[in-house]
Design a protein around this ligand. Structure first.
Ligand SMILES: C[S@@+](CC[C@H](N)C(=O)[O-])C[C@H]1O[C@@H](n2cnc3c(N)ncnc32)[C@H](O)[C@@H]1O
Length: 309
């Protein structure tokens, strides 16, 4: 059976094990798992199939990579150090960057082709304790969002949710954003060409002033009377998910056809499933096709997407 390095939040380790079955914690947010990874897992951030395992020294790593690297393919190396004080750095006197550079050089000397911008494959090294776990991933542009300047974590959350849930395919033009301040969701949506009514008694960040696509209604969502229809309601209000879902559902008449609700399910304890089920129970009969994802940019919360019936 295949073995994986699974990256997932320690905060929801119980839910991760509920989803996958037993997995061994190796270090911060990192697990060793043997078995199949379900399609669209909720609590798994990344799953790297382990192709090789070796000691944490440059020679062993480059030799192990050479055995599993497909010939003729260009590569880039990404290394993550896991554990107290970044494992290798403390014990061995080097960090992840040095592992990337020095093993990359050794591989180049053996005839492999490095390409940092557009590699055919990415060699992922997860270094834990004295061990290096090696995976080979499809190459892609590295960190496509890394140059973006985010207003806050909420903006990052929205962009990640947009990708993970494939929201691009829903042709969204109008949004009602409740719990909008200081405006991360609204900013991200406006930049995607979506017109947003941003409802929050709090202030929006000054950088949002003058963005024509954003209209701020400075009231609590319960007191807002919507006078138009929307393709999506986004709800990031910091309150219990049942109350939050109830308020979001009160705007469902303003969703035309089978349109969307994207809601942050806040989870005050380490049992997220309880809050996911409670939010779903509140919305059942009005919404369907519930999907959940604990995003890398989520903390004690899970994103939920559903469609109006
Ligand atoms: C986590 S922040 C939202 C961040 C925001 N989504 C962003 O993208 O920047 C939670 C927000 O919920 C708002 N909130 C709490 N109760 C609310 C209510 N009843 N109606 C509208 N907004 C509410 C708070 O004022 C706060 O700005």
């Amino acid at each position: 059976m295949a073995e994986y390095i699974v990256r997932a939040s320690d905060r929801f380790a119980g839910a991760l094990r509920f989803e996958l079955g037993w997995c061994r914690r190796l270090g911060t947010d990192t697990y060793l798992y043997e078995g199949d990874i379900p399609e669209d897992p909720v609590f798994v951030h990344k799953a790297y199939r382990i192709e090789a395992k070796c000691g944490l020294d440059f020679d062993s790593i480059s030799k192990s990579i050479a055995e599993v690297l497909p010939s003729g393919k260009s590569f880039a190396i990404e290394c993550q150090l896991v554990g107290k004080e970044g494992a290798g750095r403390a014990k061995l006197g080097f960090g992840s960057r040095e592992i990337e550079v020095r093993t990359g050089k050794l591989l180049e000397n053996s005839g492999f082709i490095a390409d940092l911008d557009k590699p055919d494959v990415i060699v992922e090294i997860v270094a834990v304790g004295n061990a290096a776990y090696i995976s080979i991933l499809e190459g892609s542009r590295r960190n496509p969002h890394s140059i973006r300047k985010y207003l806050n974590r909420a903006e990052k959350k929205f962009i990640e949710a947009y990708e993970v849930f494939g929201l691009r395919d829903f042709s969204i033009r109008n949004a009602l954003d409740i719990g909008a301040a200081p405006g991360g969701f609204s900013k991200a949506m406006a930049e995607l060409g979506i017109s947003v009514v941003s409802v929050d008694p709090g202030e929006l960040d000054p950088i949002l002033k003058g963005i024509e696509k954003i209209r701020h209604e400075k009231v609590r969502a319960e007191n807002f009377k919507a006078d138009s229809n929307f393709d999506i309601i986004t709800d990031d209000m910091n309150m219990h998910p049942v109350q939050s879902a109830r308020i979001a559902a009160s705007f469902s008449k303003n969703l035309e056809g089978s349109r969307l609700l994207l809601m942050t399910v806040k989870c005050p304890t380490r049992n997220p499933v309880k809050y996911m089920e409670a939010a779903m129970a509140e919305l059942e009969g009005i919404f369907r096709n519930f999907r959940f994802k604990h995003l890398e940019s989520n903390k004690s919360e899970v994103m939920m997407l559903c469609e109006k019936i």
